[in-house]
Design a protein around this ligand. Structure first.
Ligand SMILES: *[C@@H]1O[C@H](CO)[C@@H](O)[C@H](O)[C@H]1NC(C)=O
Ligand SMILES: *[C@@H]1O[C@H](CO)[C@@H](O)[C@H](O)[C@H]1NC(C)=O
Ligand SMILES: *[C@@H]1O[C@H](CO)[C@@H](O)[C@H](O)[C@H]1NC(C)=O
Ligand SMILES: *[C@@H]1O[C@H](CO)[C@@H](O)[C@H](O)[C@H]1NC(C)=O
Length: 300
């Protein structure tokens, strides 16, 4: 009897250890806030334009970890990122986690694809052209709205592994944990991404606003979001991000963030939690040039 009870408690213990312990599901106070319209929809009539509302976080990871993920044939432009990140730990590399909604993407005011959400895990400052100065972003996985076939095919055209997902909140850049008298910039914000691999989120982000943008300067975020993106390096994607439209100025000025991010495997080699990382929340307009020869982007 005693042995049996011991066995049962051993079994319960094993089951408890094996069961995934997800962070508690966030409670969403509002999902009705939408992103502002694309202010440059007709300004560049022959280009694809759109807006990207969301967060960008700088996650210091071990340099060796970044080196093991970025394909070995490409160098890493360490001097470029250390010059843009004063005070950044010398043995670390700035992984970028960008969770966003693409909104009103189209040509000359005509919608091209429905809005979609995504989490990007970016490896910036990659010396794709081996020229020692042109920075590119390497992107292996893109976790994005599973129903958006055009966006998924768009990512796959670059050799990116597109991971269909759902998001909490749905159809927004993030949700606010609470509203307060101080306005929307006073509350914590979050976004979770879910794939079909687990009931637990594949990625979570939760941030609180800071009274300043820092310690990483705005120029760093502008630099990274303007680097062309590649995966298999057959073609490159250029997004020219504009931080000087009504989306990113005055009452919409970028807000500094501090917060916590979790990323599960396989999107990083091990399930990872990063606490107290710094970032930015901002809405930006962009102009996109698709499927370019990567060598045509030399010098950026
Ligand atoms: C960006 O999205 C958030 C969350 O949905 C929203 O509160 C904010 O107003 C949006 N920003 C702009 C400039 O539209
Ligand atoms: C889960 O999603 C992947 C794509 O990321 C797909 O290949 C796979 O078939 C899906 N599995 C199920 C059970 O839906
Ligand atoms: C990013 O910063 C590096 C280093 O200062 C610079 O060489 C490069 O031109 C910048 N790129 C962009 C797109 O601003
Ligand atoms: C906005 O910024 C872009 C580059 O970031 C620049 O080309 C453009 O001239 C700027 N527009 C204004 C009105 O300052």
């Amino acid at each position: 009897m005693r042995a049996h009870n011991l066995y049962v408690s051993w079994l319960l213990c094993v089951v408890a250890l094996a069961a995934p312990t997800c962070p508690p599901a966030p409670s969403i106070s509002s999902t009705t806030i939408d992103s502002s319209p694309n202010p440059i929809g007709t300004l560049y009539p022959t280009s694809i334009t759109g807006t990207i509302n969301g967060t960008i976080a700088v996650v210091p990871i071990r340099y060796e970890l970044a080196r093991s993920i970025i394909p070995a044939q490409y160098g890493i432009l360490k001097k470029a990122y250390t010059s843009l990140l004063p005070g950044f730990p010398a043995d670390k590399y700035p992984l970028i986690v960008r969770s966003i909604i693409d909104h009103e993407v189209g040509v000359d005011g005509v919608a091209l694809i429905p809005d979609f959400q995504s989490v990007h895990i970016f490896y910036p400052f990659v010396d794709l052209l081996a020229d020692g100065y042109s920075s590119f972003v390497y992107e292996k996985y893109l976790i994005l709205t599973g129903t958006n076939v055009a966006a998924i095919e768009g990512a796959e055209a670059y050799g990116i592994v597109a991971i269909p997902a759902t998001f909490e909140p749905t159809n927004n850049a993030y949700a606010f944990s609470h509203f307060s008298e101080m306005g929307e910039n006073s509350g914590a914000i979050f976004l979770n991404a879910y794939t079909n691999l687990s009931d637990c989120p594949a990625v979570t982000t939760r941030f609180e606003p800071l009274p300043f943008v820092g310690p990483w300067p705005l120029e760093f975020y502008m630099n990274v979001t303007n680097q062309p993106v590649f995966s298999n390096a057959v073609k490159c994607d250029q997004q020219i991000t504009l931080f000087n439209t009504t989306l990113s100025e005055d009452k919409n000025a970028p807000v500094g963030l501090i917060g916590d991010i979790t990323v599960s495997t396989p999107y990083l080699p091990s399930d990872s939690t990063f606490n107290d990382v710094y970032g930015l929340k901002v809405d930006i307009a962009f102009i996109e040039n698709n499927l370019l020869d990567c060598s045509s982007l030399k010098g950026l």
